[in-house]
Design a protein around this ligand. Structure first.
Ligand SMILES: *Cc1c(COP(=O)(O)O)cnc(C)c1O
Length: 415
């Protein structure tokens, strides 16, 4: 059977792993080693020539293992498996989502460049754009889900004179699930691209990938992940990933080698284990989220619900969801009637659902964006992005949906 015809979920158990290279072990062992023995000096010389790009590999020649900052079997096999979901040519895994995101920014932006980004983005990403990149003289312009293409182009030209190098998009936005049209982002990038320089579209696909959305198929150049979330999926590791074509990924991988922010062999091994159940986990989470959202929709103590499965048919947001996503996901937020006190009473009353930040895991987690994940967003931006004092965010896990609903019902009774 040709691997090309198999679905990714059928390949997560064995793809890229050869038992005969590991004493017949059915599972890929943890290659907990810093360095690898060369058979001969000639072999070592050849491996370095390939690793440093001094020579091109022959047909069917595989680059050899050198040192775990450059390559390690657990990371390589994991990267090959991640490529299958996003139909990417290449992948590099990182010590964290932030490691993946900042490496992409540092590799493809230089002094004088401008970054256009969707707002709101993850807090760490926002901090990097607003406080780290300016130290390297990289400017930025923000846009949001309510703006149209012409308006965004005009803003870039007015604020930064159009020296655009990268568009960075996070969709759906956290915590209100606002959607950004990736096709529109590609068009804006093409508008600012020149023969010498192509403007890159980078998408943080943490919320909907790698199962429900494939931005590389929708015009993105690079996809980044916090693998801490759905990919890891068990709240027991921190990791990141970047995927894209071979040319761009050679540069990402190159900078990773010199920053040294790859993930460890053990973390890589944990993620391979996680990927075996990625699809059933995510599907169960999404099905549970729908049940919970349906329960919350008309609940008298709920002011407003943000859930992708309840978008108004015919609306712009609905159109983007239909185009970009094969599921409504497993993240939802809602305003409890009242303010912070009522939201806290709800959160403190939860018994099964844990009160913690992070998302995408087997267990359901609830938090208060305004004072937790989005604590340092300015009051004006909080207002603009509907991050109110009464808003709570829940990442739905794989528990039985009736137990989740019972827990939410009894916690709402506290309010
Ligand atoms: C968590 C998260 C990140 C940061 O990832 P870490 O693994 O915590 O470094 C980036 N983007 C999104 C959307 C996230 O949810």
């Amino acid at each position: 059977m040709d691997n090309k015809n198999l679905h990714p979920e059928s390949l997560m158990m064995g793809f890229g792993y050869k038992p005969e290279l590991s004493e017949g072990a059915v599972k890929c062992p943890i290659f907990q080693t810093s360095t690898f023995v060369f058979k001969t000096a000639e072999e070592g010389k050849r491996f370095f020539e390939l690793a440093y790009g001094l020579q091109q590999a022959e047909v069917n020649e595989v680059p050899g293992l050198i040192y775990s900052r450059l390559n390690n079997p657990d990371l390589e096999i994991l990267e090959n498996r991640l490529c299958l979901w996003d139909k990417a040519e290449d992948c590099a895994v990182f010590a964290s989502g932030m490691g993946a995101i900042t490496t992409v920014m540092l590799e493809f932006l230089q002094p004088g460049d401008v970054l256009l980004y969707s707002s709101p983005v993850y807090g760490g990403t926002d901090h990097s754009i607003n406080h780290v990149l300016p130290k390297w003289s990289v400017g930025h312009v923000e846009f949001n889900a309510s703006m149209r293409k012409e308006e965004i182009i005009q803003k870039v030209e007015q604020e930064q004179g159009g020296k655009l190098a990268m568009i960075y998009v996070e969709t759906p936005a956290n915590p209100t699930n606002a959607l950004i049209d990736l096709e529109m982002c590609r068009e804006i990038a093409d508008h600012f691209s020149t023969d010498e320089r192509k403007v890159l579209v980078v998408v943080d696909n943490t919320y909907m990938g790698p199962l429900w959305s494939h931005p590389l198929q929708l015009g993105a150049d690079l996809v980044v992940y916090s693998a801490t979330k759905y990919i890891g999926g068990h709240s027991d590791l921190i990791a990141g990933a970047v995927l894209g074509n071979r040319e761009l990924m050679t540069r990402v991988r190159g900078l990773r080698t010199f920053l040294g922010n790859m993930c460890s062999p053990f973390t890589g091994w944990l993620m391979m284990r996680s990927l075996e159940t990625l699809k059933p986990r995510m599907e169960t989470q999404a099905a549970n989220a729908r049940q919970v959202a349906d329960f919350l929709k008309d609940h008298p103590k709920v002011e407003k619900l943000y859930y992708l499965g309840h978008l108004e048919e015919g609306s712009e947001q609905y159109r983007i969801r239909e185009k970009q996503y094969s599921s409504s996901g497993a993240m939802l937020s809602f305003d409890v009637k009242g303010g912070e006190a009522e939201a806290f009473r709800f959160l403190n009353g939860l018994k099964l659902i844990r009160l913690a930040v992070s998302l995408g895991s087997t267990e359901s987690l609830a938090e208060h964006p305004a004072t937790m994940t989005h604590a340092d967003v300015s009051p004006a931006d909080k207002l603009k992005h509907h991050i109110s004092e009464s808003l709570v965010r829940i990442s739905i896990g794989v528990e039985h949906h009736e137990d989740l609903i019972d827990d939410i019902r009894q916690a709402l009774e506290n309010v």
